[in-house]
Design a protein around this ligand. Structure first.
Ligand code: ATP
Ligand code: MG
Length: 430
């Protein structure tokens, strides 16, 4: 019966393992193999004099990265990984790997990211790459658990849509029979409509599509958004929810992903403290003005240099609040006392933005006014505006980029490392 490699110990006596041939070393009288499955690595030692004919044939034919089945006797040995080795009675090649391979799995010098992504199935055999996706899975698991345990309803909204969420050029047009359609850039309008439906707390974890032309290390053309919307809540309430969710997700990874963190050589995994400091937009701009050379002023969006400069000053996760109404989307609620600023926030990691959110405008007429003020035509938002005429509760919410959470949590240099098959300007395959 198959035993996961991590569970093979001298106490098991005998073991049958299935895995990939990680390394081969032939010392004449002795042949050594490292066999790898998703749980670990074990040394297989073949003393040639004592080995059976079929074992000798198999070890002659086998190539690195072939899939094998091996069963035999487990022995304690200090020098081998995990303090044990397997001496085979059966050595079966199940699926032979061709060589040379397009990417060397055990290569000591790391390959270029592009080469790795071209052969992602081989790249992901590396324990340190697999670790990223083990942790990403744990993040998504915890986010689901957190939101379900807080009474949220999971929803799925369409990705093929007729109108842009925020207008603009960041849209991929698609052929949809005889109509013009787009890939959705955000579930924003749909999650708000579910507030009108009385769902009160909804979330969706799904793809968003952005036709951003520039190639950066923190933008994808297809990203995963964790989206939340809450009725009868203001922006402060959903900010509290967001920081708790981020902290609990880190805690979950710290508690459940020790092996993956070790594979990534992350030893000081720091869980962020709550509450996150809150900086207002005007203060943020003032910090950026002091620290960066490019001119930036009140009313400008924060570019990457500004985000990094402010992040360096803050040194931890933080919020930026009190944004100018003019640079936030039409659905962000202006403050009653000063409508030039609005109840929007960004949640930041020192390296970059992770989330944007706001209390939303729930008054139909104000919303129409704000859509027009952005130079958009309210008529193309009829499906979205209608629910605001039949009893829309006040509500607030946010969108959190899953890849950016994983990227910043693990200190990855490029967002593409946090996606199995990234989509960018140049990459549509695999
Ligand atoms: P940025 O200014 O950093 O490009 P944004 O303000 O355009 O981001 P939002 O529309 O506020 O992005 O989306 C909410 C969150 O979704 C962002 O904070 C980010 O984490 C994530 N996100 C948005 N666009 C992308 C993208 N192209 N690639 C990866 N993640 C993204
Ligand atoms: Mg944003």
């Amino acid at each position: 019966m198959r035993i996961p490699i991590q569970d093979v110990t001298p106490e098991t006596g005998t073991a049958e393992i299935f895995g990939w041939v990680h390394e081969v070393r032939d010392l004449g009288g002795l042949a050594f193999f490292l066999i790898r499955d998703r749980t670990g690595i074990i040394q297989v030692t073949v003393p040639k004099k004592k080995a059976s004919e079929h074992v000798l044939t198999a070890i002659k034919e086998v190539s690195r990265e072939s899939v094998v089945r091996i069963s035999g006797t487990v022995k304690a040995i200090d020098k081998a990984p995990g303090g044990r080795e397997l001496v085979p009675e059966v050595f079966q090649i199940i699926s032979r790997s061709e060589s040379p391979m397009p990417l060397d799995v055990v290569e000591k010098v790391p390959a270029e990211l592009d080469t790795r992504l071209d052969s992602r199935f081989l790249d992901a055999r590396r324990p340190r790459v697999a670790a990223v996706f083990t942790i990403r899975s744990a993040v998504i698991h915890k986010v689901n658990e957190f939101l379900f345990s807080h009474g949220f309803v999971n929803i799925t909204t369409p990705k093929v849509v007729a109108a842009a969420t925020e207008g603009g050029t960041e849209l991929f047009p698609i052929a949809y029979f005889e109509k013009e359609a787009f890939l959705n850039q955000s579930p924003q309008l749909y999650k708000q409509m579910m507030m009108a439906a009385g769902f009160e707390k909804v979330f969706e974890i799904g793809p968003i599509f952005r036709a951003e032309e520039h190639n950066t290390t923190k933008h994808l053309n297809e990203a995963t958004s964790i989206d939340v919307e809450v009725s009868f809540a203001d922006h402060y309430e959903v900010m509290n929810l967001l920081e708790d969710l981020v902290r609990d997700t880190y805690l979950h990874v710290a508690d459940h992903c020790q092996d993956a963190l070790a594979n990534l050589e992350i030893r000081d995994f720091a869980v962020p403290d709550c509450p996150f400091p809150r900086l207002n937009y005007a203060e943020a701009i003032a910090i950026a003005q002091k620290k960066i050379e490019e001119p930036i002023g009140y009313g400008d969006d924060l570019n990457s240099a500004a985000e990094r400069a402010i992040g360096e000053e803050m040194g931890c996760h933080y919020f930026i609040v009190d944004w100018p109404t003019e640079i936030k989307p039409y659905y962000a609620m202006p403050f009653e006392h000063d409508p030039s600023i609005c109840k929007a926030f960004d949640m930041m990691h020192p390296r970059m933005e992770l989330s944007s959110g706001a209390q939303r405008v729930h008054q139909h007429d104000l919303l129409v006014q704000q859509i027009s003020a952005k130079g958009l035509n309210p008529e193309s938002f009829e499906f979205y505006l209608t629910p605001f005429r039949y009893g829309m509760p006040p509500h607030a919410g946010w969108g959190l980029g899953a890849e950016r959470v994983v990227m910043t949590m693990l200190g990855l240099g490029n967002i593409r490392e946090a996606v199995l098959f990234p989509r960018d300007r140049h990459r549509l395959v695999p």
